[in-house]
Design a protein around this ligand. Structure first.
Ligand code: NAD
Length: 336
């Protein structure tokens, strides 16, 4: 186990890499803790939850809503949860987002921590303190930025992760490499999914590298005024597609990254769009989708990164270097 602590925007967070679930007892008192998970994680790992208060939710993005928040709050009341309690989200990004959000609004704020159980939640969703819910087709429209007290990694959970969820996680890893880490990009080009799934040590190293990469970005820009916006590479179009076409998060941002790479070629002179697309393809991610331009455009117009008649788009200048540029809606409409 390796412990690293950071202070992000005045809030301290401790990461426990290569840890194990049993350590949770040293981080949170079972009598004063409620674990929040989903039915898939619970079904596969039921024995680990014995002796803890648990809230088990239906799985999937469709449940990252205010209705689920209300049902969690009702269950917290039933469990007589007060301000001395800790909430721990054990699951993928849907569970970490919901847990962080509920923990921030219930009784005006409880201590919370995460045990991320998908690759995507390990390398991305659990880091940085953004926690939110969807409203209709609008992804993460409502939310807060508040850091968890701790992140505990136990990669044993990955043993039950379905193939499609491994693919999903690699979308964010490729995104990190494309915007910030050309050496990581080359490493990914030299390997493939099977390699990381088989070699646990390499997977662990890859996860830590990505966690630290995202953490550095967040540390430099906790409230998303500058560098942190680059993490939205592929997300602008991706989010607009995700809830309308029932694509997974990874699939949607993969298509978004393909589009943003091609757009970069025409706007910044980026010359490696084909390499980005080939890498997404190598990790079995989609790089093409047919969609209804009008429907997608109407969602883009509600994007959080828009201002008046412009939307901010993350583009690549070269591998490992991204920039944030305004784009007029007219221009965007033409290129869609
Ligand atoms: P998810 O939480 O829906 O998990 C994907 C699926 O895997 C679910 O069916 C879940 O039940 C299952 N699962 C989880 N762990 C498992 C395990 N160990 N074994 C078997 N099955 C398991 O989705 P996700 O892909 O982890 O996360 C996507 C969400 O994360 C989106 O809502 C996205 O908006 C959010 N996100 C948030 C941030 C942030 O900064 N807050 C960043 C990126 C993504």
């Amino acid at each position: 186990m390796q412990k690293r602590s950071f202070t992000i925007n005045g809030e301290s967070v401790t990461y426990y890499f290569a840890g194990c679930f049993s350590m949770l007892r040293t981080l949170a008192d079972p009598a004063k803790t409620v674990l929040i998970t989903d039915e898939n994680v619970f079904r596969h790992h039921e024995k680990r939850f014995k002796g803890w208060n648990c809230i088990v939710l239906k799985a999937g993005e469709a449940y990252k809503t205010q209705e689920t928040v209300n049902s969690i709050i009702e269950q917290l009341v039933e469990l007589e949860t007060d301000r001395s309690f800790t909430l721990v989200g054990i699951g993928g990004g849907v569970i970490t987002d919901l847990t962080g959000y509920v923990a921030s609004v219930y009784m005006r704020g409880l201590r919370f921590g995460f045990i991320p159980t998908t690759l995507l939640a390990l390398v991305d969703a659990s880091i940085g303190g953004k926690n939110g819910i969807d409203v209709g087709v609008y992804k993460n429209l409502v939310g807060i930025i508040r850091q968890p007290d701790f992140l505990l990694h136990d990669l044993i959970f990955l043993n039950t992760l379905p193939d499609a969820e491994w693919v999903n996680g690699f979308a964010e890893i490729i995104k990190h490499a494309a915007i910030k880490d050309a050496a990581l990009f080359r490493e990914l080009e030299a390997n493939n999914l099977t390699y990381y799934r088989k070699k646990k040590k390499e997977a662990c190293r890859l996860i830590e590298r990505n966690v630290l990469l995202k953490t550095r970005v967040v540390l430099n820009d906790p409230t998303e005024k500058g560098d942190r916006k680059l993490l939205n590479f592929g997300h602008t179009l991706g989010h607009a597609l995700e809830n309308q076409y029932e694509l997974s998060h990874g699939e949607a941002i993969s298509i978004g990254m393909t589009y943003a790479s091609r757009l970069s070629a025409s706007l910044t002179g980026f010359r490696q769009a084909d390499r980005v697309i080939a890498l997404l393809d190598r990790y079995e991610l989609p790089t093409y989708a047919e969609y209804d331009k009008e429907r997608v455009f109407s969602v883009l117009k509600m994007d959080k990164k828009k201002s008046r008649d412009q939307i901010y788009f993350v583009l690549l200048e070269k591998l490992g270097k991204a920039v944030y540029r305004p784009l007029s809606f007219d221009h965007l409409y033409e290129t869609l």
